[in-house]
Write a protein that binds this ligand. Structure first.
Ligand code: FE
Length: 333
């Protein structure tokens, strides 16, 4: 009889536990592509019994949707790429500040909003790539050096319309000042071997084809392309090692002001910042984990260690408008 009661108690406990958990749901609006998050979200569902529903879209479209849905939105979390986009979301006042010791411990301070409204979850390095047949590593130095006339007709860049370049130039303004940055960007434009490309991958392919000798891209695009075609004559160079370090950016998340599940949403983002999830989150896109306790994927590690800029990424947002204007004036299309 004792055993019987015991079994009933266990099954009641298990049943109520499961029933309560399966009621929970989080809605994520994500500019991060489905194939990069699907497994991760499923893992959380299995481990925590919280259903994760998501819609994917471009960062600007998702932001507009959240604004127009207002307090009626079902979304709990905005997950997007680039600190410039996260900063814009915070500025539009759609993100709630979150006090979490776990997030503070897992995420270095330059990767998160000083006002705790958004948190970086993976790190991307935007650095110099070069054609290994045309350029020696010793010839490379910094973003600034690519403005030197010795690179005339040798430089290839992605369009200035992409937020990645807006953030890069904003961070240059933050560290070198507006006048010097204007000179650098004008120098880049003067050195272009072809009009700016629409994607980082196109920049890489053009450099590999010898249409230019060097360019600036996010390293995961290099990783993807080299995986497909390991024989391409492309190398990575870590920029600004004698200066502030490589320009880095994040993909990251914030919790919406109008979320009805804030406690559950915080738990989910905390989980994303912890060891297991960090490994999956970064490895899926050949990025770097934000959590310094977690090592990058072996293929990414093979690119070598580098010093990164530790200027807070909120600067990428604060100086975004200045960067756009400066690039426009410099004739950087
Ligand atoms: Fe990208």
């Amino acid at each position: 009889m004792k055993q019987f009661v015991c079994i009933i108690l266990i099954s009641i406990f298990t049943f109520t536990g499961y029933a309560a958990a399966s009621d929970k749901e989080l809605v994520v609006y994500t500019a991060r592509k489905e194939h990069l998050i699907k497994d991760l979200f499923e893992k959380y569902e299995k481990e925590h019994g919280v259903k994760i529903t998501y819609i994917t879209g471009k960062a600007a479209v998702l932001l507009q949707r959240i604004l127009s849905e207002g307090s009626g939105t079902n979304a709990d979390i905005l997950l997007t790429v680039d600190a410039g986009n996260l900063w814009q979301a915070a500025r539009k006042d759609i993100l709630a500040p979150v006090e979490s010791q776990i997030l503070k411990e897992n995420i270095p301070s330059h990767y998160r909003d000083p006002e705790n409204r958004w948190f970086g979850l993976s790190v991307r390095a935007r650095t110099i790539v070069y054609n290994t047949n045309a350029v020696k590593k010793a010839d490379l130095q910094s973003y600034e050096d690519l403005a030197d006339p010795k690179w005339k007709n040798r430089l290839l860049l992605r369009t200035s319309k992409k937020v990645y370049n807006q953030s890069l130039v904003a961070m240059l303004i933050a560290t070198k000042g507006e006048d010097r940055t204007a000179q650098i960007v004008k120098g880049w434009v003067n050195n272009l071997a072809a009009p700016p490309y629409s994607s980082d991958t196109k920049v890489l392919e053009a450099i590999a084809a010898g249409q230019g000798d060097a360019g600036i891209v996010n390293t995961y695009y290099y990783g993807r392309l080299m995986k497909k075609n390991p024989d391409l004559p492309l190398g990575i160079f870590w920029a600004d090692q004698d200066d502030k370090g490589v320009h880095v950016n994040v993909s990251g998340a914030g919790i919406l002001n109008h979320s009805k599940n804030k406690i559950e949403a915080v738990r989910f983002i905390e989980w994303l910042s912890a060891k297991d999830a960090q490994k999956m989150f970064a490895d899926a896109n050949m990025e770097y984990p934000v959590n310094t306790q977690v090592a990058p994927h072996a293929d990414v590690k093979a690119w070598g260690r580098f010093k990164e800029s530790t200027v807070n990424l909120s600067k990428a947002g604060q100086l975004q408008a200045d960067a756009v204007m400066l690039m426009d004036k410099a004739g950087y299309k």
